[in-house]
Design a protein around this ligand. Sequence first.
Ligand code: ATP
Ligand code: MG
Length: 576
Amino acid sequence: MTDATKSEHTTPSHFIRHLIDQDLASGKHDGRVQTRFPPEPNGFLHIGHAKSICLNFGLAEQYSGACNLRFDDTNPEKESQEFINAIQADVNWLGFSWSGDVRYTSAYFQQIFDFALQLIRSGKAYVCSLTPEQAREYRGTLTEPGRNSPYRDRSIEDNLDLFLRMQKGEFADGSHSLRAKIDMASPNINMRDPVIYRIRNVHHHQTGDTWKVYPMYDYAHCISDALEHVTHSLCTLEFEDHRPLYDWILNNLSLDSLSAAASELGNLDSDVRYVLPQQTEFARLNINYNVMSKRKLKELVELGLVTGWDDPRMPTLSGLRRRGYTPASIRKFCDIIGMSRSESVVDVAMLEHCIREDLDENAARAMCVLRPLKVTITNFDKAAPELLQLPRHPKKEIGNREMNFGRELYIDRTDFEEVPPPGYKRLSLGEEVRLRGAYVIRCEEVIRNATGDIVELRCSMDTATLGQNPVGRKVKGVIHWVPSDTALTAEIRIYDRLFVDANPDDKALGDFKNSLNPDSLQVLTGCLVEPSLGSAQPEECFQFEREGYFCADRFDSRPGALVFNRTVSLRDSWTK
Ligand code: ATP
Ligand code: MG
């Protein structure tokens, strides 16, 4: 991140910063702040992940610490290299860089396996041969304690032998598992002898066919944190009940062996004291009119209900990017939603507010006519069109754009009413309107085709009104326009919210897909944009005056074939 954006950080403090301040004051980690962002590469990142990214990378920046990017890749069947690449691109796009190389939990599979052997040798883990159904039955419920597995008292030798043979591929998936020996009567179900390894005879995207057993997330995660010598392991609230297990595992492994392994991996300098990581939870980000579960987002992609993970309607970072959201607007949003320990739902209007504010300040202005209607200026009497200069931004000095004003131009169909409703400020027969940055015109005649559709307006211009009001009368309305000779055609994609219900996850609505907004995308072709947009670069953002904020599509727009996506309307049209 640049110094300029860093110095803008006046974020209010929150409980996690207070915790770090306390740890720094007490010397708990000898002044170190080491965080990590641990996505599972089983989908694209969404705006919820941005909260975690801004938190973890942001804290590392603020405390001159370090943040790792670690792929928590313990479920090979659901993961892929495509997701790994997309996640890295998204983190970079948000403006963050991870410390050192990208890490993978799978790179620690040997250590994680060796630690399982250690637990077996110390009598803290056993191989269980209950079927998955039996194991579920033995686990008990929230109100009833579980029962000990009949395999719980297997000898250490038998456990070692079986576990090594599980890894050799001698057994079928699900026939045995390795479980931590904790307490089947614990009120916390996570502590009832949780499975820490399962047999999966599958290929892994990083480790190939080396492994036949794969560690469970809860077991692998705390060890990975310990191996990376993480100080603050920040995760979402649903892991609160898993924290006792996180601590149990690390406390039941030898501290010396953990620190030796961290040091062997280059994560512990000889002059640094080894301290176990501490897990702290915060509330997930939920946003109304959105779904935030990867499973549901994946379903939309796989059913073709959106064009892909980066469809501009998706709450994924790559979708928001393609929609025209800027990294700064997303970081700002993550700043202002704050950090708390109770679940809440953030209004999507807040996210939209952040991008409007950013683009109002930074996007160049331009004119785009979505539904062109020809206007002929009957009294335009110059031999050649007049070249007008319009500012690219009303407040910032970022130069001018040039527009031809000549005998023919286009305005938007919706800016003309033959019989105007009361209070109408646009163009109507016999009335005047100002063309933005140009002259006041009056509509004198309406031309129709054989079927009665309006195809042209004949107007007169008041030549004394360039940049000044007409003498003796008030013209209230201002409309946008483009010159007919130099305007460029463009495809405009008008995006709206993907869901019409504030909470698509609400069970009362049935399937979340019932809430999809049928009008979330409207494609307009044959739109006309002012000539300065001919050089619009992919992802460049504009305010199309009176229409909204738009960006040139990252993938589909190029000179000669312009495509603009509507990022957001000028004002919130959803609040009633
Ligand atoms: P799923 O959507 O399948 O539940 P996940 O969102 O937990 O998966 P991970 O890849 O495991 O996906 O998440 C990586 C990190 O991002 C985790 O630390 C997780 O807590 C955090 N995270 C995920 N979703 C949110 C969210 N909505 N708000 C804040 N942090 C989140
Ligand atoms: Mg997860």
